[in-house]
Design a protein around this ligand. Structure first.
Ligand code: MLT
Ligand code: MN
Length: 308
């Protein structure tokens, strides 16, 4: 199985358009050790396969396809795409806005939980994806789903599982129901192919519990929510008051943080993805970057490949 990190930053990208804080300034200035990143998306293809599965469709998708030859049209057909299916892990803007780039009457299959499909179904702008050629299929948690395009299987199987999270920011009501572990607002996914390797993709997760540890244990690679290093990072950077956890993202560092939580989970390769413009691990030379490196974590960059 081959995974391409299409976009490694969190919503807003790195640098975020309106951010003038330290890291964003420095990457804009071209300082060595800081690399710009587009918004959250990965693509996966089975060994021997040519039909790609895109996981999450970011607002930067047009630019991301332009930067990724594997996702571009090829052969003799006048209209085609190697992207056979799209899978969504939540309804956040950074994961669904790119669906609008996939119009132009291109058939594909779209998979998401019923809760996330309900959000799309309620918004007529997504009807630009003609339902007679873009098939919306519910992804049921706890079940293995052989991901198929309209012309046949991709060879990638996905098992989705609920993770602690919340509804998308624009769907928040202020009620307790905004935050749920099981409603299907946020999922993690196990990616497998016939060769038997297993990659876990969890770009958003508010809390690491025993259930999640059980889902990812002994995988070949874990691509995990690296939005914030410190829970209070937005306040530290002086750009906001919300904590990482309130935004649906467990911090890397500190009590309950991901750095320690996965330490003994038997995971062969660990990679932080979905990284916010305020996260000091974005600076290759920061002490925080050294801390995650020493704990065996890589930091994803756009174009990175993971094979398993
Ligand atoms: C998130 O991951 O918290 C969201 O992408 C935030 C947003 O909608 O920008
Ligand atoms: Mn996000």
């Amino acid at each position: 199985m081959r995974v391409k990190i299409v976009g490694s930053a969190a919503g807003g990208g790195f640098p975020q358009w309106n951010c003038n804080a330290d890291l964003s300034r420095r990457v804009r200035a071209g300082e060595p050790g800081l690399t710009a990143r587009t918004q959250s998306s990965i693509a996966v293809v089975a060994d021997g396969g040519s039909n790609w599965v895109l996981l999450n469709a970011s607002p930067d998708l047009r630019q991301q396809i332009a930067a990724t030859p594997e996702l571009q049209p090829s052969g003799d057909g006048l209209r085609m795409t190697p992207i056979a299916a799209v899978v969504l892990t939540n309804a956040d803007i950074d994961h669904i806005a790119g669906l609008l780039n996939l119009r132009e009457r291109q058939p594909f299959v779209l998979y998401a939980t019923q809760k996330v499909l309900d959000v799309l179904n309620a918004n007529p702008i997504f009807d630009v994806l003609d339902r007679s050629i873009v098939d919306r299929r519910p992804l049921r948690t706890g079940e293995a789903t052989a991901i198929a395009g309209l012309s046949g299987p991709t060879g990638v199987t996905i098992k989705a599982y609920p993770v602690a999270g919340k509804v998308a920011l624009y769907m928040e009501t202020g009620q307790a129901a905004d935050f749920s572990d099981d409603a299907g607002d946020t999922i993690g996914v196990s990616l497998t192919d016939a060769a038997g390797s297993r990659i876990e993709y969890v770009p958003g997760c508010a809390r690491i519990d025993e259930r999640l540890l059980g889902s990812v244990a002994n995988c070949d690679a874990l691509l995990f929510d690296g939005t914030v290093f410190h829970d209070d990072e937005m306040a530290r950077a002086g750009v906001g008051t919300k904590t990482g956890r309130r935004m649906g993202h467990v911090p890397i560092f500190g009590d309950g943080g991901s750095l320690n939580a996965f330490a003994n989970a038997g995971i062969k390769r660990r990679i932080y993805i979905h990284i916010n413009t305020t996260n000091p691990i974005l600076d290759d030379n920061s002490p925080e970057r050294a801390t995650v490196r020493a704990a065996g974590w890589d930091v994803a960059f756009d174009g990175m490949e993971v094979r398993a």
